[in-house]
Design a protein around this ligand. Structure first.
Ligand SMILES: *[C@@H]1O[C@H](CO)[C@@H](O)[C@H](O)[C@H]1NC(C)=O
Length: 263
């Protein structure tokens, strides 16, 4: 129930446009979604527009796309040995020095991220939590009740939610009234299934190795490209040199009256 309510709240906080946004790992992915003709208009038969048109549902209006490699990733520490790769964020403190009562956690850390998406998703080795979810939620705090949330106001930095529907979008921006029922919901926190203890560690290591392998392949491709480039410029220089020598021999043949081809 807790996860269900939190899922509803978070989806309401983000709004429909964001909930329906697309996520690309790379900028190349974004470019593939939409292309433009010479005049700068969208080519309706390419990318996502083409796909949508082909199933009879042409795209109208705008849609959001998050590009993981372009998002500014969270730069701080992570909770040690956490298979969920939660961000090690400082728990809020009231001016009195105490932690606010009813504080349940930071939204960014309360979302269950599938382990395939928690590590090494982007070229820089970032996962979904420190890129997409940190971008969306920043340090949004979650409280048990509206009362708890309002009492904690002095230490709310990037907004707060309460499970009973309280919402502060950002410092000084309160969202009052009744909850809207969004048709799109955040996936329910399915919890971490019971798996052997070292399962996540092993999975993480495999993922890291795969990631390193990808980087190595990229490095090799780059090296190969440079090698090819050097070879090509070598060929060009050789060509020039041979031409120069040939001209030179023709010239000396003229000067010394030697028949061409005997040098
Ligand atoms: C639009 O995209 C299609 C499919 O990729 C392509 O065949 C066509 O040449 C493109 N048109 C323009 C004007 O770029």
């Amino acid at each position: 129930m807790f996860a269900f309510r939190l899922g509803l709240l978070l989806s309401e906080y983000l709004g429909l446009e964001t909930m329906l946004a697309l996520v690309c790992k790379t900028y190349d992915g974004v470019k593939a979604l939409e292309t433009y003709d010479k005049e700068g208009s969208i080519n309706k038969s390419a990318g996502l527009h083409g796909l949508a048109a082909s199933i009879g549902r042409p795209l109208v209006g705008r849609f959001h796309v998050f590009c993981l490699e372009n998002l500014r990733a969270y730069a701080g520490e992570f909770v040690a040995d956490d298979p969920q790769r939660r961000l090690d964020l400082l728990k809020p403190r009231l001016p009195s020095g105490e932690h606010p009562p009813g504080f349940l956690g930071f939204a960014v850390n309360m979302i269950y991220v599938d382990s395939t998406n928690a590590f090494c998703l982007t070229k820089d080795g970032h996962g979904l939590r420190e890129t997409l979810f940190y971008h969306l939620f920043s340090r949004l705090q979650v409280y048990r009740t509206r009362g708890d949330m309002l009492q904690a106001l002095p230490c709310v930095s990037d907004g707060a939610l309460s499970l009973d529907g309280g919402m502060i979008r950002s410092t000084g921006v309160f969202t009052l009234g009744l909850r809207e029922q969004l048709d799109v919901k955040f996936p329910k926190n399915s919890g971490i299934p019971k798996l052997p203890e070292n399962y996540f560690e092993t999975e993480k290591r495999i993922k890291e190795m795969k990631w390193q392998k990808e980087r190595m392949v990229e490095d090799m491709q780059r090296e190969q490209y440079m090698l090819d480039h050097v070879k090509r410029s070598y060929e060009v220089k050789k060509e020039e040199l041979l031409k120069f020598l040939a001209q030179g021999s023709a010239y000396s043949a003229q000067v010394f009256n030697i028949p061409p081809g005997t040098l």
